[in-house]
Ligand binder design. Sequence first.
Ligand code: PLP
Length: 390
Amino acid sequence: MNKIYLDHAATTPMDSEVINTVNKYMEDYYGNPSSIYQTGQKANNKLNEARETVAKLINAQDFREIIFTSGGTESDNLAIKGTALARKKQGKHIITTKIEHHAVLHTCEYLEKHHNFDVTYLDVDKKGFVKLADLKEALREETTLVSIMTANNEIGTIQPIKEIGDFLKDKDVYFHTDAVQAIGQMKINVQDMNIDLLSASAHKIHGPKGVGMLYIKKGTKLVPQMNGGAQERNRRAGTENVPGIMGFKKAVELVMENRKELVEKNTYLRDKLIKGIENNIEEAVLNGPRGSKRLSNNVSFCFKYIEGESILLNLDMQGIAASSGSACTSGSLDPSHVLLAIGHSKGTAHGSLRLSLGKDNTEEEIDFVLEKLPGIIQRIRDMSPLYNKE
Ligand code: PLP
């Protein structure tokens, strides 16, 4: 086991209160929520309580606008395929960005390949921001859906979601946002931001894996992508994961209770890490913006002349768990699509390191990383034929 865990954007350890909650519901609430007798209805009532809690987190108007899924990936798939296919007669054009998670990008590619959709992948600027002007220009009469993530999982850029929502508000275009990385870190108000669909996942906020949710604003047309029973108001078939969903509810309650302090602490440690790396390692390029438009728990750098994988192995030997970018692309030889989209060369993009903070990280841990990292980078560079030592 690593003694310092700095990969909370990949997943988070389950909170002990969440574990206790999941255990309790595994033991006491085994009924099928669709069954009409008391044991079933008791579980169903609990699911609706969980919907209320999640609705509160994002200020949804009605708990019935929340449906539970198997995670962020399923929510993204359902939001995009579900709404695009429901309105395909109206138009087959979708707008998204080049830096979305693969759960969004590959879903859009699927619609292009198998259903003849046309997708515009918006560019982002050097810090990873989408420009509203580009969105306005890309919008067509046949556009039925815009999908733009709230915050990026690799470089932490927070998009101007309210401005995008305000712009789309009086247009007949649905607005979906992947808020998987954002819900634990920032306030989201779907009514104020004019969001029609929002995806989230429990395991990024100290909840269980394999549980997520999709907010679907009342009146939004959507074709289910899982066929079977009538669960989740006919929008997602399959018996609900009651213990997992109740663990998600507990994780959301903890976010609502502790987010302010967590963001303050993370921001301090984040900025200490950024400053320490910039002051002690040459040719280290910060990816993403500084300040309040960056997720409070995200630090991402490219170190020129070296491979991210070797940094990770060396950090691991020091007991530090980190990532080169996205957990979903680790093992792939291709550099990150996000780092290429913000303008890095393939060579520079290969030298990436993401450190993502969580509630249990301490300043001593950050000091330890800052003590070890410069030596690690120097040793790897010294072995690199690309590194000019003069
Ligand atoms: N969207 C984003 C932005 C993510 O970071 C992730 C997970 O890394 C997902 C979607 C997928 O979520 P899940 O792992 O719950 O399927």
